[in-house]
Design a protein around this ligand. Structure first.
Ligand SMILES: CC(C)(COP(=O)(O)OP(=O)(O)OC[C@H]1O[C@@H](n2cnc3c(N)ncnc32)[C@H](O)[C@@H]1OP(=O)(O)O)[C@@H](O)C(=O)NCCC(=O)NCCS
Length: 170
């Protein structure tokens, strides 16, 4: 059986929650998932193999001041390790390209870390071209980002301290 690619809609909250737990190790509580799926600017696209979740794309529709046509910012793509290298990433990006045509969007765009060879190869081979090669990403972290980073830092310190204690370092 081949891969099925579809955009999640209201009513698909359970699948959306599964995307969060599988790919982000995060909970996506039902009320939040419902609000997310009801927002037409949010695109949560999944790849399914025999009904099993195999991959996803998260994207957002952006309106512009100077044009009627909107853009699609592809924020993230992922394929479960067991299905990688099987063409699912390509199918997901193919679906994104179809959306651009069907919804008369100006374009879809995605940021890539050049060290991520799989992602870079995927975007090239699915028809993306590089624009603004000299661009740099600036981030202005909000409160939630700061507390998440602090929690990660603290848990890293705690892990190191535990390892040291176990190995008799101190
Ligand atoms: C990037 C990712 C989505 C690719 O998905 P995939 O289903 O394995 O991709 P495909 O099988 O459709 O392969 C697409 C192309 O990438 C190539 N490719 C896949 N994995 C690769 C790897 N590890 N190294 C180099 N090239 C790779 C394939 O050979 C193919 O190239 P081709 O069309 O020229 O033959 C997947 O590796 C993944 O989930 N990675 C972890 C998450 C991630 O890094 N996401 C991107 C940033 S948000």
């Amino acid at each position: 059986m081949g891969v099925v690619i579809r955009r999640l809609k209201s009513g698909d909250e359970t699948r959306a929650g599964e995307v969060a737990t599988t790919f982000k190790a995060a909970q996506f509580p039902l009320p939040r998932a419902s609000r997310f799926l009801a927002n037409p600017a949010n695109y949560l696209i999944v790849a399914e193999m025999a009904g099993e979740l195999a991959g996803f794309v998260l994207a957002s529709r952006l309106q512009r001041l100077d044009r009627e046509a909107a853009q699609l910012f592809v924020y993230e793509i992922g394929v479960t390790s067991q299905y990688r290298h099987g063409g699912i990433g390509t199918s997901l990006m193919g679906y994104v390209r179809e959306l651009v045509a069907e919804e008369s969007l100006l374009e879809a765009f995605v940021l890539a870390d050049q060290r991520n060879h799989a992602a870079v190869r995927l975007y090239h081979s699915s028809g993306g071209h590089v624009e603004g090669a000299g661009s740099v990403l600036f981030v202005y972290p909000g409160h939630a980002a700061r507390t998440t980073r602090r929690r990660l830092r603290l848990s890293r310190h705690a892990r190191v301290a535990r390892l040291r204690r176990r190995s008799g370092d101190y």
